[in-house]
Design a protein around this ligand. Structure first.
Ligand SMILES: [Fe+2]
Length: 175
């Protein structure tokens, strides 16, 4: 009588994959906003807001992935090389984020650092979306449970981050 028993037993991974991809899209849009300002004069204030937002989003996303997703992925997809590369890419991005956080758009190499960060993230996102996520999607992970944990982790740290950034007081919101 029952059909597709397999799919009913398996936790749905789609919400989790969607969440991760949505974060990737948000950051991609912010980088595009930054690129529009590249040669524009008097755009330093807006550049600062966008870069603050990029750094904030990336830090939150990377932290949530490292705490919630990567440990499970490392166990489930059994691809040490892929996961090690992801770790190293996160660490590299964090270094650039750290440098940018203490810089001003008028500083030498500011734009170059943002563009290199963008290229770095593009490469990382491509690997996640073409290799890690499809493997996770096919695995036996608790996709719904992880999606919930991912959201809660980000919410909790978003609040902490907003409090600690209260002196800056500004963030960039596209549209
Ligand atoms: Fe990542």
């Amino acid at each position: 009588m029952t059909t597709s028993k397999q799919t009913t037993l398996k936790s749905n991974t789609k919400p989790l994959i969607k969440l991760i991809k949505q974060d990737h899209e948000n950051v991609k849009d912010l980088f595009s906003e930054f690129e529009k300002l590249h040669d524009k004069k008097n755009s330093n204030e807006k550049k600062t807001l966008i870069v603050n937002q990029i750094c904030h989003e990336l830090t939150l996303h990377a932290l949530a992935e490292e705490k919630i997703i990567y440990p499970v992925a490392r166990e489930e997809i059994n691809d040490t090389d892929l996961m090690d590369e992801a770790d190293v890419e996160h660490a590299g991005a964090k270094n650039l984020i750290k440098e940018l956080s203490s810089m001003d758009p008028s500083d030498s190499h500011y734009d170059a650092k943002v563009i290199v960060l963008k290229e770095y993230i593009e490469h990382h996102v491509k690997e996640e979306e073409s290799e890690m996520l499809p493997k996770l999607e096919k695995s036996d992970i608790d996709g719904e449970g992880l999606a919930e944990k991912f959201i809660k982790f980000k919410e909790k740290h978003e609040k902490n981050n907003i409090n600690s950034n209260s002196q800056k007081g500004k963030s960039y919101k596209s549209t």
